[in-house]
Design a protein around this ligand. Structure first.
Ligand code: ADP
Length: 183
């Protein structure tokens, strides 16, 4: 079955996909943005979630940071009530308003790493926020286009994942994202 890609408006912390992606920083500190929102929603408090994430990182990667393309998985915890079984933490590039091939390459790695992990976990549905389009300052249009391209490529290798959602938080971001893939 071919994997479908859909852009939706919503809150990733309560989006009913089996796995959600966290736009994390490399130390899984979850200090702000979507990472903080996921941390609070999943564990009740961010500090506890940071502890759990760092422990998972040690176990899964054997080190204390994530490189682009690597991911760490934590259980859904309180998010399980929405059907979210896993959180896949991935790290996108820092852009600070600058977009070039290097940033794009790092973003591609961050996205494909999360999608491959979803495949490995055996989930059918995965939802991601617009990685790097917030605090990390990458242009939303480029992030959305890159997302679409990577999912397109992923179609050739996936057997189990059926649906990939790109979840935009604000109405504005949602409209911009839709425009970016239709223009
Ligand atoms: P980064 O540091 O990778 O840029 P951010 O957390 O700052 O990560 O933002 C990534 C994107 O996630 C931004 O477009 C931001 O608006 C969006 N976002 C923030 N909170 C949520 C949420 N609850 N659900 C979905 N997207 C969110």
């Amino acid at each position: 079955m071919a994997v479908e890609f859909e852009i939706v408006r919503g809150d990733i912390t309560r989006f009913p996909a089996e796995a959600i992606v966290n736009a994390a920083n490399k130390y899984l500190e979850h200090g702000g943005g979507v990472a903080y929102a996921i941390a609070k929603a999943a564990a009740g408090n961010a500090r506890e979630y940071i502890r759990i994430s760092k422990e998972a990182m040690r176990e899964q990667l054997g080190k204390d940071h994530i490189d682009h393309g690597e991911v760490v998985v934590t259980p859904g915890m309180r998010l399980e009530k929405y059907g979210i079984r896993y959180v896949i933490h991935t790290v996108g590039p820092y852009c600070g308003g600058i977009w070039d091939d290097e940033k794009k390459g790092k973003l591609r790695k961050a996205i494909i790493g999360a999608l491959r992990k979803a495949e490995e976990l055996g989930v059918k549905t995965i939802a991601s926020p617009a990685i790097s389009a917030g605090i990390y300052g990458c242009p939303l249009e480029e992030v959305v286009k890159t997302f679409k391209e990577v999912v397109e490529e992923f179609k050739a290798e996936t057997r189990g994942v059926e649906k990939v959602y790109l979840v935009l938080y604000s109405e504005d971001a949602y409209r911009t994202a839709l425009k970016a893939v239709t223009s």
